[in-house]
Design a protein around this ligand. Structure first.
Ligand code: S3P
Length: 179
């Protein structure tokens, strides 16, 4: 079994929800990088964006990934922007199996709204959000094994990842050095 299972994808893809189920299925701990950023910053993410700016959020996010880099046997739900930052590439190139939870923009927005967690980057106008989505997609696709999430329950998605982990395609990751 790989050292680290990492979930990537756009906001609303279901990384935290699927990650919790997956971690339970694998008998591992789920680490949610957004929650660690909030702990480290001492405030919720929307406030961090408002008071200190996205730049500070990204700085703390990179620190969080650095602290997790040596940890083994965890499932990591990452923030949607984490794989995009060049400073974070080290994390996704480590001994991980990385899965891209694929979601269309419409479903992502609907889920993000339903989930009730404020995402500062979704407060922008439609064109800006679409641009962000399109820009990021190719990075997610380059780094992660694709897993479809639409019209499937989080349990079904976690189950597929368990199956993929047991099969030959889970390691190495497309962008990583494997393990
Ligand atoms: C962000 C995604 C959020 C959170 C922050 C920035 C992004 O996490 O890290 O609001 O840049 O896509 P989720 O992907 O868990 O919503």
């Amino acid at each position: 079994m790989v050292d680290r299972v990492v979930l990537i994808g756009f906001m609303g893809a279901g990384k935290s929800t699927v990650g919790a189920i997956l971690a339970a299925r694998l008998g591992r701990i789920l680490v949610d990088t957004d929650r660690l950023v909030e702990e480290r910053a001492g405030m919720p993410i929307p406030r961090l964006f408002t008071e200190k700016g996205e730049h500070e959020f990204r700085r703390v996010e990179t620190e969080v990934l650095q602290t997790l880099h040596a940890r083994r046997g965890i499932v990591v739900a990452t923030g949607g922007g984490a794989p995009i930052q060049p400073a974070n590439r080290f994390f996704f190139e480590g001994p991980s199996a990385t899965f891209h939870l694929r979601v269309g923009l419409g479903a992502a927005r609907a889920r993000a709204l339903r989930g009730g967690i404020a995402r500062p980057l979704l407060q922008q106008d439609d064109a800006a959000v679409r641009e962000l989505y399109v820009e990021r997609l190719s990075v997610y696709e380059g780094l992660g094994i694709p897993v479809e999430t639409e019209e499937r329950s989080p349990e079904e998605i976690a189950e597929e990842i368990v199956r993929l982990l047991a099969g030959p395609t889970a390691s190495p990751t497309p962008g990583g050095s494997g393990g």
